[in-house]
Design a protein. Structure first.
Ligand code: SAM
Length: 187
């Protein structure tokens, strides 16, 4: 020990309006004071093995295929050995099964100009044309609020292996109106 204290470097990726004190809160859109909008997730401005933790809740499904291919290795690069990436994404298998089991009773749920567009079938999970649509395509109520990718547990495990994580734990939970996968990956 050299007597110096280590200040953890923790990245909150795609923070939205949720500012975490003591974290670098990153988003492409500033929805709260203190959000860093100058960080390119495909070329993170930190050295190899310098980051202690990264958190990304309901963000990875917003990346294009090209971004996904670059951001996974980039986060793995900056995390130190033993560093942890925690991410949460919609459980796409659950979303597909729920959609197929649901009623096809179309009622317009998006109302142009309304902030809360869950009209029509709204948040009912037994209806195809409501909140289930947003789990496929994003809620589309602002910049960056579009889904461009999807995740299953098997895909999470494959990407963890391919990008050099030592361990991954995946759990299922109900959050943001539907079932999600929460993964804790250790570098
Ligand atoms: C569904 S919101 C989730 C916000 C927050 N993590 C939460 O759980 O409430 C997704 C966020 O990811 C951000 N985002 C999407 N693509 C991004 C990118 N390439 N770089 C940084 N932020 C991005 C969006 O602007 C949006 O704030």
């Amino acid at each position: 020990m050299d007597g110096t204290t280590h200040t953890p470097l923790r990245l909150h990726i795609g923070c939205g309006p949720n500012i975490l004190p003591g974290w670098v809160n990153i988003d492409s859109v500033a929805r709260a004071p203190g959000v860093r909008t100058d960080i390119d997730l495909t070329a993170l401005p930190w050295p190899d093995a310098s980051v202690d933790a990264a958190l990304a809740e309901h963000v990875f499904e917003h990346f294009s295929f090209a971004e996904e291919a670059r951001i996974w290795p980039e986060i793995a690069r900056v995390l130190r050995p033993g560093g942890v990436l925690t991410l949460e994404v919609p459980d796409f298998e659950w979303v597909c099964a729920q959609f197929l089991a649901s009623q096809d009773d179309f009622r317009a749920f998006y109302q142009v100009g309304h902030a809360d567009h869950y009209a029509g079938c709204g948040r009912a999970l037994d209806q195809r044309w409501g909140i289930l649509q947003t789990m496929f395509f994003g809620n589309q109520n602002g910049a960056g609020q579009f889904h461009r990718s999807a995740y299953t547990e098997a895909k999470l495990r494959a990407l963890a292996r391919m990008t050099g994580f030592a361990a991954i734990e995946v759990t299922r939970l109900f959050n943001k109106g539907g079932q999600a996968l929460r993964a804790v990956l250790t570098r």
